[in-house]
Design a protein around this ligand. Sequence first.
Ligand code: ADP
Length: 261
Amino acid sequence: RESLDIEIRVMPYSDDQFLLVARDVTQGKQLDTMRRDFVANVSHELKTPLTVLQGYLEMLTDVENVPPAMAQRAVDQMQQQSDRMKNLVDQLLQLSRMETPSHDVFEQVVDVPALIEELRLEGEKLATDKQLTLTVDVEPIKVYGKGDQLRSAMQNLITNAVRYTNAGGQIRITWREVNNEVEFSVEDDGPGIDSDHLPRLTERFYRVDPDRNSDSGGTGLGLSIVKQALQHHNSHLEVNSKPGLGSRFWFRMPAGLVVDS
Ligand code: ADP
């Protein structure tokens, strides 16, 4: 390890002797720091929309002096901010449920092609303003898995592609057999991600460009949810990305999870 945090205690042993006890507290300290960072991040993420909400509420209190068009804009903004808070709380709950060992979800046959069709429709709704083209190439393969968690993983990857790809872009979703495994992949021709950021993408609240991305409607939790969901399926997230060219996020599931369709 690069460094250790050692706690040293000196205890009386006999009249003229002491006992020196050294304890490695590195892990505990790291957990403490992570916990503190997490609470700070959650508070910050909630505080931003709350401040905006409060501002508009104050403005609307003075009802007689607010022109109707301005009031309407305020209500729209308040709606947007409360959606943002709801989204954050939903994702936090999802993460915490996935991290609770006692919350064991039964595995079931998951009809992934049907699931992808649902997600494609959702993605298209999100993509209409930007006129993105979504193409889907799906093999009729079902798997055993935790349906809600697989849905979350796939949904987050598709939503990110839609969110970060520029207007007029292309997104390709595939689900196919590769070398006795089954692979889900979402590829976009969006802005791409610099390689420095790739190792940290699945950290909670990590964003490549915090200022720009907090306006995008994301919470910074999407890929950490994907990571957790995939861990429960003995799988992990892979990413290939080139700045200016686009990104491909994908994961494979062991062939043992495939069932006849
Ligand atoms: P967020 O809710 O901010 O989207 P995520 O955990 O889902 O958080 O993603 C982490 C960061 O990775 C994003 O803030 C964004 O900077 C980057 N990212 C994720 N997917 C893409 C993509 N398809 N294209 C470009 N950047 C992406």
